[in-house]
Design a protein around this ligand. Structure first.
Ligand SMILES: Cc1cc2nc3c(=O)[nH]c(=O)nc-3n(C[C@H](O)[C@H](O)[C@H](O)COP(=O)(O)OP(=O)(O)OC[C@H]3O[C@@H](n4cnc5c(N)ncnc54)[C@H](O)[C@@H]3O)c2cc1C
Length: 484
């Protein structure tokens, strides 16, 4: 039997569930990637995430070439090009790992129907998360909307049946023919085209992609920073987190391998146990947000808590642009937004602060921030990005209560006490002492080129509290009316 494996968010050879299952079923195979023209139009090659993806693809192509296999890179709509290829190569089985988003699931249903019409069977497995959304249910059969009980249930599921990563690469027997050399040229062309800004977002200092890079990152993290993770994870100037998020996003490493190797390291190194245990909990947050999205797809577009759909947001374009450009006059916020623009990544603590600033201090709709993050982040992921934004806006599942509003100055003083992070990303403030760096308007004149605060935090806090209260009261009045 001949098979195709359609690579998507699983750009690796080791511990790839659908690919391994295909290996058990076919004698000859062809790896395929589809440059989806509709997706590329929305996320051009100049975007950090697309560039990272292309870099991962080049690495995958290299890894496969070293095993004598060539990837076929197709261009077009998957529901058209995949059945065409399957028919022309007389392929009877096409495998892929299940999409983690509702949009992807709908596309896959179309692809599956088209393949079946072309006479091919499909083999689809869950791989992107360790535990599937349907495997963890509350006692009443529902979905958890609070993280802590979900985490407990998640670890119960793990201990009942540990999902261990396959330690070695397992590929189907022999490759089908040779893919045209045009595949590499196509990728190189796209990467070159993407380096031209052309008005789109370009982050100049993106991380490198590929399975080998991800494996090295994991090893380096577990041997070093992991031991101090519980302490350092909130300090943006410390290189204290794994930076694996883009790799988990594109599957250059599996979450199973991260958890498995994390547990092994914790066993071997008792001093690292607390740090690693905290880190593993973050991987479970990722699984939690994927479960929330699977069970409540309405979160892509609306608040998880319907009472907040009535929030009256502020359409202040100038403030939104200042936030995006890192020119709000609040150094910790500006440092984060500039780190994002320069590297396509932002530290988690700072993501929480800039998201709170946009939604609470500027009272700008969380969906606008979510969109901007999705476009600018190299790890932009519908489930985690939405979860993070709705958490910060207090509209989500396990959200922070709306009356808890981050003070951007206090957050900077607490998590960047020496101001090293701010100095790295906001050069205008380089000369300020630690005592002034998070509130440069106090105790002297502002350094040239740095703006005064675009909003007064105390006033903004009062305004946000009133807006959230009004939305809740409106929703509760509407509920009372409808129950009469
Ligand atoms: C407003 C906002 C938006 C966010 N958008 C995204 C996004 O688009 N994509 C994304 O992967 N993460 C997102 N996060 C979560 C988190 O900020 C990043 O996963 C983390 O900063 C990545 O860095 P790291 O790989 O060094 O993480 P580590 O601290 O090393 O954590 C390991 C892994 O756990 C997962 N993880 C960690 N924290 C979280 C979290 N809070 N929620 C879900 N998963 C988590 C990630 O996959 C991460 O790579 C967002 C958070 C906020 C507050």
């Amino acid at each position: 039997m001949r098979g195709l494996h359609w690579f998507r968010n699983d750009l690796r050879l080791r511990d790839n569930r659908a690919l391994e299952a295909l290996s058990d079923r076919v004698e000859a195979w062809l790896p395929v990637f589809v440059l989806d023209t509709e997706l590329l139009a929305r996320h051009p090659a100049s975007r950090p995430r697309t560039r990272f993806l292309l870099d991962c693809l080049v690495a995958l192509e290299r890894d496969l070439a070293a095993r004598g296999v060539a990837v076929q890179v197709l261009e077009g709509r998957p529901e058209r090009v995949l059945p065409e290829l399957a028919r022309s190569l007389r392929v009877s089985l096409v495998s892929w790992n299940r999409s983690p988003t509702p949009l992807g699931e709908r596309r896959d249903a179309r692809v599956e129907a088209a393949l079946r019409r072309a006479g091919a069977d499909v083999l689809v497995l869950r791989d992107h998360t360790i535990v599937g959304p349907d495997e963890i249910r509350t006692k009443t059969g529902g979905c958890y909307s609070v993280y802590t009980p979900y985490r407990k249930a998640w670890w119960r599921a793990w201990h009942d049946a540990p999902r261990l990563a396959t330690p070695r690469v397992r590929l189907p027997g022999k490759p089908i023919g040779a893919a045209p050399a045009a595949s590499s040229a196509k990728l190189a062309g796209l990467l070159a085209a993407g380096s031209d800004p052309g008005g789109a977002i370009v982050a100049p200092r993106l991380p490198r992609g590929g399975e080998a890079v991800a494996a090295r990152r994991l090893a380096r993290f577990l041997e070093g920073p992991a031991a101090r993770y519980a302490v350092d994870r909130d300090r943006p100037e410390v290189d204290g987190t794994s930076r694996l998020s883009p790799h988990l996003r594109f599957g250059t490493i599996s979450a199973r391998r991260c958890v498995g190797e994390g547990l092994e390291r914790a066993k071997a190194e008792p001093a690292a146990r607390a740090g690693i245990s905290k880190w593993l909990d973050e991987l479970v947050w990722r699984e939690f947000y994927h479960a929330v999205l699977a069970h409540s797809p309405h979160v892509l577009g609306r608040s998880f808590r319907p009472e907040y759909d009535a929030l009256e947001w502020n359409d202040d374009e100038e403030a939104f642009e200042a936030w995006k450009a890192g020119r709000t006059g609040y150094p910790f916020v500006d440092a984060g937004m500039r780190q994002l623009a320069a590297t396509g990544w932002m530290h988690n603590r700072v993501r929480m602060v800039v998201a709170s600033f946009l939604t609470k201090d500027l009272l700008i709709d969380w969906r606008r921030g979510e969109r901007h993050f999705f476009d600018a982040l190299v790890d932009g992921d519908p489930a985690s990005n939405n979860g993070g934004w709705q958490w910060a806006a207090s509209t989500g599942t396990d959200a922070q209560p709306y009356f808890r509003i981050f003070n951007p100055v206090a957050q900077g003083e607490r998590w960047d006490p020496d101001g090293r992070y701010v100095r790295q990303w906001v050069p205008e403030l380089k000369g300020l002492p630690a005592g002034r760096i998070h509130a440069p308007w106090e105790g002297g004149t502002l350094p040239p080129g740095y703006p005064p605060p675009i909003v007064d935090h105390a006033m903004a806090r009062t305004r946000a509290l009133a807006a959230y209260r009004r939305a809740r009261q409106g929703a509760s009045r509407a509920r009372t009316r409808s129950s009469r």
